[in-house]
Write a protein that binds this ligand. Structure first.
Ligand SMILES: [Zn+2]
Length: 246
């Protein structure tokens, strides 16, 4: 098992502390890949971090959707695979990411979420950035221990009507299993049952571990404690990334 439940490899406190006010003295940008298990709050943190550093958040999900809905050649190709129920091959994903990174708004920095997924894609990212005359600054790993992930995900209840996500422990509705917002009935997603969450974690670890080790060996990895309130995690993330921002 990967050390999801071990202390951060590299404490944020050991890094030079750079005041977390990136945009006060002109723009300080950073090129970052964000990784973390399901339930680490990666999507939320990605939004806040991207906003703070004024960099685009580039997720493979978003790139897929925009290529498919925009009807680009790559989008059409990807759609063929998806319609057939097949995985979109790496080459197609890579080409989409390459296009996206070459756009103007990503020139000074970006946050990648969902790419690279494997070491081959990590080398591909090196090559994309090399062609753009730049390099990756840092890979930020949001570390949450397994039981916390189970607690976070298995407590989720979704509204059948409006889709709002409640949490039995952290954000409970006033009446059990009823949505405060719309009165809809709440349900427990199959994916969020504890056993399924544990399985999802195992899959995540087995897929991501080699990638994390790869970046660790290259001294590009910063592990970060992602327990605690969302705003505290954001603050720590910004602080650790500020050391790499230029
Ligand atoms: Zn609702």
């Amino acid at each position: 098992m990967l050390a999801l439940d071990q202390p951060a490899r590299q404490s944020v406190r050991e890094r030079p502390t750079v005041a977390a006010k990136a945009n006060d003295e002109g723009k300080r940008r950073v090129r970052v890949v964000l990784v973390g298990p399901p339930g680490a709050g990666k999507g939320t943190q990605a939004e806040f971090i991207a906003e703070h550093f004024d960099i685009p958040k580039i997720s493979t999900g978003d790139i897929f959707r925009s290529n498919v809905s925009g009807g680009s050649d790559l989008g059409k190709l990807a759609k063929k695979y998806m319609d057939a129920g097949d995985l979109v091959p790496d080459e197609v994903t890579n080409a989409m990411v390459r296009d996206r990174l070459a756009q103007d708004d990503a020139k000074a920095g970006f946050l990648l979420d969902g790419f690279p997924r494997n070491i081959a894609q990590a080398y591909e990212l090196d090559s994309m950035l090399g062609d753009l005359g730049t390099t990756l600054d840092v890979v930020l790993d949001l570390e949450v221990d397994n039981e916390e992930v189970v607690r976070r995900l298995s407590g989720r209840r979704l509204c059948k009507k409006c889709g709002h996500v409640w949490h039995v422990e952290f954000d409970p509705p006033k009446v059990e299993d009823v949505c405060d917002k719309c009165g809809g009935e709440l349900y427990h997603r199959d994916d969020d049952y504890p056993e399924t969450v544990r399985h999802r974690l195992d899959v995540y670890v087995s897929q991501t571990r080699p990638l994390i080790e790869f970046y660790d060996q290259r001294k590009q990895l910063v592990g970060m404690d992602a327990h605690g309130p969302v705003e505290d995690v954001t603050e720590r993330a910004i602080e650790s990334l500020a050391a790499f921002a230029g």
